[in-house]
Design a protein around this ligand. Structure first.
Ligand SMILES: O=P(O)(O)O[C@@H]1C[C@H](O)[C@@H](CO)O1
Ligand SMILES: O=c1cc[nH]c(=O)[nH]1
Length: 350
């Protein structure tokens, strides 16, 4: 797996490899500190044994609301057959931060990120540091979200090929010391292909791929006519949304840029799986009944759960082939599973 380093000008080079897959921080100050307080998670590098608590994490799954991530934690627990110690229940590890919710189910962390780039950006800073302090190796991050589709029916699952800003650039811009720093908002292409291959033809919905536009607002910022403020016409809105469609934008949401850019900057493979709540070419308001929305929100969770299950199953099926002296994945490779994924697991087992 390629890893990235960021040079002092903020540009990324795909030239270096971080040792052993540990998550590296691009901040020399952290190692010099006596302790690192992950304030918004309610954790600290001295107050908690982060290696003991989180060292076995492989997947970090994020979504906007505390309810969704609690639901995902319970769902993935069922799916992977994870058993909690007798007499215990799932606990929100970050409950005393009163900001984000975090649940751990074996190798899976399920964390809420709130709404918008600032909220997901703060969280990602602390989760990347958590991965580093806990010495987690090669984690994979997913955003499990909701979005507005562009020419895409409500209930459709959308896998993001890349995240773009409202100028359609795959670039996350942040002001640092009063100067704009731009970071590429890249998602992992192989992970995207693997997720796409996990759509079943029996699934009662479509799974599509395309570009995701990330905005700073839900109303005017997404061309809605139904906010408290609106100074454009229906015709202007439709022209704008049609122009997005022509550019290959399939959905709009509010976190993808920071999510893609910060995971990429940290050398972490990531993917964004959102459900469309409506087709924005047909309206602005979300009329769909709550029970239907709840069912739709399960769809990205199901796809990510399939990926996690398959990954863990493959891990359990690794064996050593004495004839060729290599690790093989129990015949799975010849059954159409991406060889890169097998290699990654095999190398670890080796
Ligand atoms: O993950 P969620 O469902 O929070 O993502 C989208 C983008 C905004 O955070 C929010 C707007 O309703 O939904
Ligand atoms: O239209 C939508 C729906 C969900 N989330 C968004 O950001 N926009």
């Amino acid at each position: 797996m390629s890893k990235y380093i960021t040079s002092s000008n903020g540009q990324q080079d795909e030239t270096d490899y971080f040792p052993e897959g540990f998550v590296q921080l691009q901040n020399p100050n952290i190692e010099l500190m006596d302790q690192d307080i992950l304030y918004h998670l309610g954790l600290g590098s001295e107050s908690h044994d982060l290696i003991e608590m989180f060292g076995d994490v492989k997947f970090v799954c994020m979504g906007g609301t505390p309810k969704r991530v609690e639901q995902f934690a319970n769902y993935i627990m069922e799916e992977i057959g994870h058993k909690l110690p007798t007499g215990t229940t799932l606990q929100d590890i970050s409950r005393y931060s009163y900001r984000y919710s975090m649940y751990k189910v074996g190798p899976v962390l399920s964390i809420s990120h709130g709404m918008g780039i600032p909220s997901v950006g703060i969280l990602l800073n602390e989760v990347v540091k958590l991965m580093h302090h806990a010495r987690v190796q090669d984690p994979i991050f997913f955003r499990i979200g909701t979005s507005g589709g562009i020419g895409v029916e409500g209930g459709t699952v959308i896998l993001s090929e890349e995240a773009v800003n409202d100028e359609l650039e795959p670039c996350y811009e942040l002001s640092v010391l009063g100067k704009k720093v731009r970071r590429p908002a890249k998602l992992d292409k192989k992970l995207l292909r693997e997720l796409k291959s996990l759509h079943h033809k029996e699934d009662p919905y479509e799974t599509v791929t395309g570009k995701t536009m990330c905005t700073l607002d839900f109303y005017e910022g997404q061309g809605r006519l139904d906010g408290a403020f609106c100074h454009f016409t229906e015709a202007e809105k439709m022209d704008y949304l049609q122009s997005l469609k022509k550019e290959g934008i399939v959905n709009i949401e509010m976190e993808s840029l920071a999510f893609a850019a910060l995971t990429h900057a940290a050398g972490i493979r990531s993917a964004i799986v959102c459900v469309s709540l409506l087709d924005r070419l047909k309206g602005d308001q979300i009329h769909t009944p709550k029970e239907v929305l709840d069912e739709w929100q399960m769809r990205p969770q199901q796809l990510v759960a399939r990926y996690i299950k398959r990954y863990l199953q493959m891990k359990g099926r690794i064996s050593f082939d004495k004839t060729c002296g290599a690790f093989t994945c129990g015949g799975l490779c010849s059954n159409g599973i991406e060889s890169g994924m097998c290699k990654e697991i095999c190398q670890k087992a080796g």
